[in-house]
Design a protein around this ligand. Structure first.
Ligand SMILES: Cc1cc2nc3c(=O)[nH]c(=O)nc-3n(C[C@H](O)[C@H](O)[C@H](O)COP(=O)(O)OP(=O)(O)OC[C@H]3O[C@@H](n4cnc5c(N)ncnc54)[C@H](O)[C@@H]3O)c2cc1C
Length: 376
């Protein structure tokens, strides 16, 4: 059976045209804002399309995939229905493919900041009096929506920072937690700290432009792909870069602007001072609850308490699905999040289209939807 014919489709994708997103005075008006483009947010986008809702997605990271992409892209997953086994990144790629026919905008590098109720639907159209919501992001975007579906999982990922007091003043100037522009490292003495794939990949890439690259890791072993580790060891053996086992113990600055001049490294035997222009610290990501925790919803242990008939929070119009949702016996599994998102959006539909009844049909009985999904 094809996935299209198995999909239950209350109402239709064509009703999406009724509420196409508009951008007036810098505010995007749409039906649903999905916050978080992890596996659950991506499946939610597909479900929104099937239901005929318009939506937009935002994620604080620079790409989709959430924990699957950031924490375990190459780990196999065996418990997704009808997928006997696939790598976590493969699952994300398939979810992106699945929602692609609806072409919903995804905005990366945007963190949801605040939510306020704008105008009551009762005042606007005489229906059941639920508010529209205005969501702002740290990037200055504004979304005027009928509902918000929070799929923020473990929280907003942020880089694990260098734990030295002098690091903060050097951030974005000489201490970096991501490489955005390789050319800015040209001719510089660069220390790349970390032992994962990102640290090794960037050390290898930067050695081609930098005056010298030193990879710094606290132990001999790495949490990176075998091939990348082998490539790094070959580059060290060929004299193309250095590798030091040790811990950062201080950052030295000089000049009027306090530029980084050296890093101090504590090894088992001694403390080294390594002349350095740029430090790239790739220690991995930590998750933070972020501003959504202040959205005035009932919370349990940092998660959003939801009603399991609708996955709505205590604040009307705001729903939660995936790891961020809390209810008794909640399982932090991708398949639970898929179910939660599907039900949340069915309730959200009533907020977006209070005048329309939600009629269950199957995609195979809906010519527009079938056409869209079959020829994607
Ligand atoms: C090592 C490991 C192995 C696992 N294996 C399995 C498995 O085999 N099977 C299984 O079902 N589950 C597994 N899980 C659990 C699974 O990964 C999670 O249940 C799943 O990722 C939850 O998806 P999500 O979309 O709810 O959240 P996440 O994957 O956490 O994604 C949330 C997204 O929201 C974004 N975000 C957060 N806050 C904001 C904000 N304020 N504004 C904008 N964006 C924001 C984040 O950047 C992130 O991209 C595993 C987890 C780990 C750590």
């Amino acid at each position: 059976m094809s996935s299209a014919s198995a999909t239950s489709a209350p109402n239709s994708a064509d009703s999406a045209a009724d509420s196409a997103a508009t951008d007036l005075n810098g505010t995007t008006r749409t039906d649903v804002l999905i916050v978080g483009a992890g596996p659950v947010g991506l499946f939610a986008a597909f479900q929104a399309g099937v239901l005929g809702l318009q939506c937009e997605l935002i994620d604080v990271l620079d790409r989709a995939g959430g924990q699957c992409t950031e924490l375990y892209p190459e780990k196999p997953i065996y418990d997704i229905p009808a997928v006997p086994g696939c790598l976590a990144q493969e699952l994300v790629d398939r979810l992106l493919d699945q929602c692609a026919p609806f072409a919903f905008p995804m905005h990366f590098g945007e963190r949801a900041q605040s939510v306020t109720e704008t105008v009551s639907a009762q005042a606007e159209d005489g229906h059941d009096g639920h508010p529209r919501l205005l969501v702002t992001t740290d990037g200055g975007r504004r979304y005027d929506v009928a509902a918000v579906l929070v799929c923020t999982g473990a929280g907003a990922f942020a880089p694990q920072r260098v734990g030295l007091p002098e690091a903060a003043a050097l951030e974005d100037r000489h201490v970096h937690y991501a490489v955005r522009d390789v050319s800015s490292f040209a001719g510089k003495r660069v220390v790349v700290a970390g032992g994962g794939d990102s640290a090794l990949d960037w050390a290898l890439a930067l050695r081609k432009v930098a005056a010298r690259v030193t990879l710094l890791h606290r132990r001999e072993g790495f949490r990176a792909a075998d091939g990348t580790v082998a490539e790094m060891r070959e580059a060290v053996a060929a004299g193309e870069m250095d590798f030091v086992v040790g811990m950062l113990s201080a950052l030295k600055t000089d000049g009027a602007d306090g530029a980084l001049s050296a890093v101090e490294i504590r090894t088992r035997e001694e403390t080294l001072t390594l002349p350095t222009d740029e430090l790239v610290a790739l220690y991995g990501l930590v998750s933070e609850p972020g501003p959504i925790a202040q959205w005035d919803m009932d919370m349990r242990a940092g998660r959003i308490l939801v009603d399991t008939t609708t996955y709505e929070s205590s604040r009307r119009g705001i729903f939660a699905a995936g790891d961020i949702a809390y209810y008794p016996n909640k399982q932090k599994l991708i398949l639970s999040g898929f179910h939660e998102a599907a039900l949340a959006l069915r309730r959200a539909y009533h907020y977006a289209f209070p005048e329309k009844a939600l009629v269950h049909v199957h995609t195979s009985n809906n010519a527009t939807l079938k056409e869209k999904l079959t020829h994607a």
